[in-house]
Design a protein around this ligand. Sequence first.
Ligand code: ADP
Length: 265
Amino acid sequence: KGPDPDLVAIAERMATVKHKILVLSGKGGVGKSTFSAQLAFALAARDFQVGLLDVDICGPSIPKMLGLEGQEIHQSNLGWSPVYVESNLGVMSIGFMLPHPDEAVIWRGPRKNGLIKQFLKDVYWGELDFLIVDAPPGTSDEHISIVQCLDATGVDGAIIVTTPQQVSLIDVRKEVNFCKKVGVKVLGVVENMSGLCQPITDFNEVFDSSGGGAVKMCNDMGIPFLGKVPLDPQLCKAAEEGTSCFANKDCVVSAPALKKIIEQM
Ligand code: ADP
């Protein structure tokens, strides 16, 4: 039996991508897509060539967070063309393929895996410094599919986004162990919605982090802790409007926190 032709085609596509980063979370709603979007904005602002691939097939929020709602994908003889925010920031999401944003994607595993393969195989990114993959929450079929397709060794690593509470951290531990099992390096953990700054100099805890939060979990599991991002209405606004928080002068709380995280990655 020869090599899988799909995997060969994916390897060829990925040959023009320097770094591949997965963004993962144990649970939904912790800010994984928000972080992916702001990471893409931040890298693009540094003149890197960036691709953002949204494989959260059942809840694609990336088009909206990049200000690209209602856009469509075009096909050329090179493959599917990403939708561009700027010439150095391209985005691909199933959200661009749904006739209506309220449309539900109710697909079983094999079909989802088929689409992930197709995204990796058929999207024409060209030369990229970074491909950021916004994965669905949890450790499902799709995750195995992504890792298999990208070949564990070809991925630089995963960033895991969590909130400070135990219920979220329990799932993050599973995510970390999944990464270990499949051979994907954990680049680090971001603790999002860490606290509320209001007034902006006062940091108040929102969730119970008496268990030590993500810092303790990272210590326990021997993985890097990247930093905390406070709950910030301005960050939520940036995500709603599909803009970069770094370009918003009112985003005085979360933008510096995110900047610090991204700089030390
Ligand atoms: P996930 O991708 O983990 O499901 P999202 O990135 O979609 O989560 O975030 C869920 C919601 O929380 C979004 O409306 C987003 O704008 C908001 N949000 C995420 N992080 C923050 C934050 N630090 N401050 C304020 N709102 C946030």
